[in-house]
Ligand binder design. Structure first.
Ligand code: GAP
Length: 437
């Protein structure tokens, strides 16, 4: 498949807007910087990614359970976690053009836009603040969570006891997080509101490094299994000076976007830091008692933290092909995450064809997300499905009325098979290999 992969982000951004996959939020009011809405196909794609993660990390395992914790938590959580004090970026303003930058992203000490003089750097906390209840007073200040992980740590004891979990075990969750980023950008890569898929996996000091390596490889493999090309993906261990003081290791999974290799997920050995902080600040016992060995200890945490929106961007960028030879843009999305699995297309608007096509569609949608399209030439309709990544199109034509056969077209090879209409479901099951839902 020559030409697969995106070189210019604008091509993807305009496809996403044209097909209402992702587009600026509040557009009728002129949009709002770096806030994006997912339309019908984008919402399906996002859902499929989250389900693929949840299925693999939670449902298919005996040692992981899932939770769904509150976005607004007691403000003491963020003092204990260190976010109130340390979750900051150094900020500078240009005195001439008034643009704002992250000081640690600048290569020189002048404004990169106009060469103007910059202010002194000041620390800017990335947490969004709001008030709980109707009275705006400092006692009521709360934060929108900047990560989902802390909900897991504070619920550690309750979940462990209720689910009767033995170390090693994990607690996972998917949910929205918020960061008042100084420099959001690159489409949905860095935004102020985003979703995370996080796993906190608790282990003992004898097996911690083994588990750390296990999760690095397992999480890397997840992207490959969903079709990301291996030459575009890498694991980058953090340098010593990048590591938090409590961390024994951290590896980023990075993808080579048109704007360079960038982090899509981090796997971190967090030591006992988080649980110990919450033990100290809450005064509650969050240690673990092993009734087989008689040991009591605070488990070590190995974390994997992925961004839903970054994973989605990775899959879109990697799947994109401008197939000039066939005059089409195609998204080679893995069938597991493709928003629509099969489109049914009657060759013309003749009533008998529409009736037959709609009956087939009704049968197929019992099993898969389907589309139906009877507008425009068949070539254009194939291309409309190609550019949103639909793996199969089924065409009902005049001959179908006679011989009860239809044509199934494969998105990637464009090969067409003529098969009995009664066999379509089985044919797709074989090729989607349980990846349809
Ligand atoms: N609990 C650990 C944690 O939150 P992080 O490296 O700050 O670690 C983890 O974030 C992942 O969350 C990132 O790898 C990225 O995929 C996603 N993420 C972080 N900030 C983001 C933002 N501003 N926009 C979109 N995704 C973001």
């Amino acid at each position: 498949m020559s030409g697969r992969g995106l070189t210019d982000m604008n091509d993807l951004i305009s496809l996403c807007k044209r097909r209402a996959i992702i587009f600026p939020s509040s557009e009728i009011y002129g949009g709002i910087n770096s806030c994006w809405d997912y339309g019908p196909l984008g919402a399906e794609l996002k859902r499929n990614i989250k389900e693929a993660w949840w299925h693999r990390v939670v449902q298919q395992r005996d040692d992981v359970v899932g939770v769904d914790t509150s976005i607004i938590m007691h403000p003491a959580v963020w003092r204990a976690s260190g976010h109130v004090e340390n979750f900051t970026d150094p900020l500078v303003d240009c005195k001439a053009c008034k643009q704002r930058f992250r000081a640690d992203h600048l290569k020189a000490d002048r404004c990169p836009e106009c060469g103007g003089e910059l202010t002194e750097a000041r620390q800017f906390n990335l947490m969004f603040k709001t008030y709980l209840g109707p009275v705006e007073e400092s006692a009521a200040i709360v934060y929108l969570r900047p990560e989902t992980a802390q909900g897991i740590f504070v619920d550690f004891r309750t979940v462990r006891d209720a689910a009767r979990l033995r170390v090693p075990f994990g607690i996972a969750q998917i949910g929205k997080s918020f960061r008042n980023e100084v420099t959001p950008g690159n489409f949905v890569f860095r935004t102020r509101e985003f979703e995370q898929m996080e796993l906190e996996f608790f282990v003992d000091h004898r097996t911690d490094m083994e588990w750390f390596e296990y999760w690095v490889n397992e999480r890397y493999q997840w992207y490959l299994d969903l079709g990301v090309r291996p030459e575009k993906l890498r694991r980058r261990p953090h340098e010593k000076d990048e590591l938090a003081h409590y961390a024994k290791g951290c590896v980023d999974v990075e993808y080579e976007f048109p704007f360079g290799f960038s982090e899509i997920e981090g796997i971190a050995h967090r030591g006992t830091f988080d649980l110990s902080q919450h033990i100290e600040h809450s005064g509650k016992d969050l240690s673990y008692f092993d009734d087989l060995t008689g040991e009591r200890y605070v488990p070590i945490c190995v974390e994997s933290s992925a961004g839903v929106d970054r994973a989605l961007l990775t899959f879109l960028v990697d799947a994109y092909e401008n197939d000039e030879a066939n005059e089409r843009v195609v998204l080679h999305l893995h069938p597991r995450i493709a928003p629509v699995k099969v489109a049914v297309l009657p060759l013309s608007k003749k009533a008998e064809l529409i009736e037959k096509a709609q009956a087939l569609r009704a049968e197929l949608r019992e099993e898969w997300v389907t589309a139906y399209d009877d507008a425009g030439s068949i070539g254009r309709r194939y291309r409309r499905q190609d550019e949103v990544g639909t793996p199969f199109c089924v065409t009902v034509d005049f001959q179908s009325l006679e011989d009860q056969q239809v044509t199934v077209r494969d998105r990637d090879t464009m090969a067409q098979d003529r098969i009995p209409i009664g066999r379509v479901r089985e044919y797709l099951r074989e090729r989607l290999k349980g990846n349809g839902r």
